[in-house]
Structure formats: structure tokens, C-alpha cells
Design a protein around this ligand. Structure first.
Ligand code: 13P
Ligand code: SF4
Length: 333
């Protein structure tokens, strides 16, 4: 369990920088810790393969929030980024929520500082605020309804057609929902650094070499990339499309971590990660990839780093998340 030194280490570095004996079987140790502590490991599809393989549940942002709401575990270990673990904590005042590395942020979440957004929102008092789950608790507390990429369209359509709406923080997802629904939502100018970097030119070249391949894209991508996609949806949506499609080849335009589950559940199909517009490995989310199996193990062993927040903030942020979960349940999402 945590002692004064481990707390200091987390305060200084955001994670437990402790050497792990390389001869121990981390998979077995993590399983042991899960049972001992009644802990559940929730992982996003963008996590490294080892983490996905040790997780109790792997999902998109909506699935993860739903699982966090329904679990009876005492400890939720969140292998994902900060806003996801924070959402789990918002839904679970009485549970311990752990994140292997507190530095696992999100460029999209960072693009919407709550104080700036509040000043913007206050100029439009007749607008309802729908906010993508990729945001801080402070942003959630300023919102009326939270959404994810798998329920955004349904949530927007659940409102009267003449309802004025502010959509934050992802301008690409917002523009895509505007197009799908014919609405004219006011968009906050935020974006994800990973999804904005895909190269239309390189995807087009791949399509020439693989003419039968289906292009699967996440709605955080820019409009010209979405325009060439055969399917646009959340990570779970992309995975399901690949499972159900008779096609044999797929060009996958989202963070490359998803390929692990795609390949695992469709060993006979070929998945080609869409390339970024330069030579870097930018289709890896640098925040998601801060979590490692070692950090996950240490975090479960010492029960640190833990997600905490002021109770009034948690209560204010919970309301719009619960609205999202209610609407999703109504539509069977
Ligand atoms: P989903 O898994 O909900 O599609 O979201 C993707 C994402 O950007 C998570 O950071
Ligand atoms: Fe945030 Fe983009 Fe990383 Fe998702 S992929 S966590 S939106 S930076």
C-alpha cells in the first residue's frame, strides 16, 4: 500500500517511478491484485496490446463510462487518459479510481479551458451546451449534456429542431454532426492532434494500391478525410463494422491501438493503419501510450495515482453525464 514516499513520487512525477523486478510475471501479478482488492481494469482501445490483454473490459468512451457506472468493484483501474478516469470518479464518489500515469492528458480536452469556455457560453444564454466527453470535469460542470462519438448524433436529434446548441470542444465531430443532422450548432474551435494529422494524400495513395479496401474513420478527423470514408464512427463502431463487413481489407483512420482488437477478432482480414502527414508515429496518441503494463501493476499495488476532485465539482459534472447515459439507454446505445 501507499506510504509517504510513494505519495511524494506521484506528486512529483505523476506516476510511480519504481523499478519493477523484470523476472516477475506482470500478467499473473495483476490478476492476483484484481482478486485481492476487488479491482476492475477498464481499458480503451488505444492502449498498448499488453494492457488490452490484461483488461476486464475494453471499450470506447461510452462503453467505458457505462461500465464505470455499473461495476460493483471497489477499485476502478483506468487504463486510458485522464478525462476517462475522471468520468469514472464523477460517477463513483465511494470508489477508488486509479490512473497509472496522471500525465495521460488529451490535446482535445486541453483545447477547452473551462474559464475561456464559460466566457464564450455566457454570451449565448439561449443555447444548450452539448460537450464531447473528451474534456475536463470543469468543462463538464459547464455543460447541459455530455456526448461521445457513438451517441452524439442521437443526443443532438433528441432535442427540438429549433433548439440552439453550442457544441464543444471538437470542431470536426461538431461539423460532422451538423452535416448529419442538418443543424447549425455553434462550434468551439478544438481538435485532437492525432486525428487532425492524417494525410488525405497518403490515404488516397493507399486506396489506389488497395482498391477493395474500406476506409474506416473516426469523426475527430478533418472533413476532407471523412469525405473519403466508407464508414465513420466511434472506435467500437469501427471495430463492429470491420467484423460485420464482407470486405477483406480496411484502411483504419484512427489511433493505431485499435488495430490490436481488429486483428484479434478478424485474423483473416487485413488492417492498414492510415499514415500521418509526416514521418513521425503521430497516429499513436502520446498520452494514451504513457500507460505501460509496469505502471499499471505499480498503480494497483500501491493504489496510486488516485483521481480526486472537490465534491461540488464532481456533483456539478455528474448531472450532464447522467443525462447522456439516460438518453443512451433510451436509444439502446
Ligand atoms: P471513442 O473511443 O469514444 O470513439 O473515442 C476516441 C477517442 O478519441 C478517445 O480519446
Ligand atoms: Fe485525446 Fe486525441 Fe489522444 Fe483521444 S487520441 S486521447 S482525443 S489526444
Amino acid at each position: 500500500m501507499a506510504d509517504i514516499n510513494t505519495h511524494q513520487l506521484v506528486a512529483k512525477k505523476g506516476f510511480l517511478d519504481i523499478e519493477v523486478d523484470p523476472t516477475i510475471d506482470l500478467f499473473a501479478e495483476i490478476e492476483k491484485l484484481k482478486k485481492e482488492k476487488n479491482a476492475i481494469v477498464l481499458a480503451h482501445y488505444y492502449q498498448e496490446p499488453d494492457i488490452q490483454d490484461v483488461a476486464d473490459y475494453i471499450g470506447d468512451s461510452l462503453g467505458l463510462a457505462q461500465k464505470a457506472q455499473s461495476t460493483d468493484a471497489d477499485i476502478i483501474v483506468f487504463a486510458g487518459v485522464h478525462f476517462m478516469a475522471e468520468t469514472a470518479k464523477i460517477l463513483n464518489a465511494d470508489k477508488k479510481v486509479l490512473l497509472p500515469d496522471l500525465n495521460a492528458g488529451c490535446s482535445l480536452s486541453d483545447s477547452a479551458p473551462p474559464a475561456l469556455f464559460k466566457a464564450f457560453r455566457d454570451k449565448y444564454p439561449d443555447h444548450i451546451v452539448i460537450t464531447y466527453i473528451n474534456c475536463s470535469a470543469g468543462m463538464k460542470a459547464l455543460s447541459d449534456i455530455i456526448c461521445t462519438s457513438s451517441n452524439a448524433q442521437k443526443i443532438v436529434e433528441s432535442l427540438p429542431p429549433d433548439q440552439k446548441i453550442i457544441f464543444a470542444p471538437d470542431k470536426n465531430l461538431g461539423a460532422w454532426i451538423n452535416k448529419q443532422t442538418g443543424r447549425n450548432m455553434l462550434l468551439w474551435n478544438g481538435a485532437c492532434m492525432v486525428h487532425e494529422i492524417f494525410s488525405l494524400e497518403k490515404i488516397t495513395r493507399l486506396k489506389v494500391r488497395h482498391p477493395e479496401a474500406k476506409v474506416l474513420a473516426h469523426p475527430e478527423c478533418e472533413e476532407p478525410v471523412l469525405a473519403v470514408a466508407d464508414y465513420i464512427g466511434s472506435t467500437t463502431g469501427i471495430l463492429k463494422y470491420a467484423q460485420n463487413s464482407p470486405a477483406k481489407e480496411f484502411i483504419v483512420v484512427t489511433e493505431a491501438g485499435i488495430l490490436h482488437q481488429m486483428q484479434k477478432s478478424n485474423p483473416e482480414k487485413t488492417f492498414i493503419p492510415a499514415p500521418p502527414n509526416n514521418a513521425c508515429a503521430c497516429n499513436d496518441c502520446p498520452y494514451m501510450k504513457l500507460n505501460t503494463l509496469e505502471k499499471l501493476y505499480l498503480c494497483m499495488k500501491y493504489e496510486l495515482p488516485e483521481i480526486t476532485m472537490p465534491e461540488d465539482l464532481r456533483v456539478a459534472a455528474k448531472k450532464p453525464i447522467e443525462r447522456m447515459l439516460e438518453i443512451s439507454a433510451k436509444y439502446g446505445l
